[in-house]
Design a protein around this ligand. Sequence first.
Ligand code: 2AM
Ligand code: CA
Length: 266
Amino acid sequence: MDARAKDDIYNQAIKWIREAGDLIRESIGEPLMIDTKSNPNDLVTQMDKNTEKFFVERIKQKYPSHSLISEEGFGDSLQNMDGTVWIIDPIDGTMNFVHQKRNFAISIGIYKNGVGEIGLIYDVMDDILYTAKRDEGAYKNGEKLPLLENKQLKESIFALNSFWTCENNKVNHKKMQDLVRRVRGTRSYGSAALEFAYLAEGMLDGYVTMKLSPWDIAAGVILVNEVGGKTTKADGKPLDFLQDNTILSSNANIHEEVYRNYIELK
Ligand code: 2AM
Ligand code: CA
């Protein structure tokens, strides 16, 4: 991506993500209109939809040649990642948004011909903005994040969630239990974007989950790359940004050890 074009898109995206965050914070106390999607725990609110529309309208107007993949369906349906593609989750952690009114984020990943160029994750209620540009490092509120430390598995904290226990997940439960026992501790924050951001920040050393959509991961993968971490499918295979993926994101020195010894997808 041409450096000037990239800077323009980066600055514009930051302006929009902050504006969208302001709108969410202003109305956080108002009653929510909540629906369910694929199942009773799969929540969506009018705020998810309005925030997504906020981005779609602005991107289509300012960058008509760009494409957009987003959670609530106002984006494009893409067959490939050619050109500049914005991958947006207007609210990542909708259940937290509804139940806790915090611990959710806006996530924007911007890709050029399939390569992640810009990643932004905005923790709206705490007003913390994580940013990354490819090969230029990752930042938290403008402060550069250091490269990840080479910790061993036994001194690592892993983010996990209960999706791996679902019957339709074809993961070897015994091996996952071994992983839980092997690591120092586990955490579950309920927002994939924030889990990636915490990993980039060094608060977590790994993140394993059995199903995430492109908008849940697009920004986070770029952030984690920039601090020397690695993200693949849970079995070590490359990610596909046009589909749901299983995910293993971690510190580079434990990545292979985890997918070889602890994760078996049937
Ligand atoms: P969401 O809040 O945008 O739906 C919860 O651990 C994380 O997984 C959140 O980032 C959540 O994103 C995501 N998530 C929840 N249900 C999901 C599903 N059925 N498929 C993919 N991602 C999901
Ligand atoms: Ca969402």
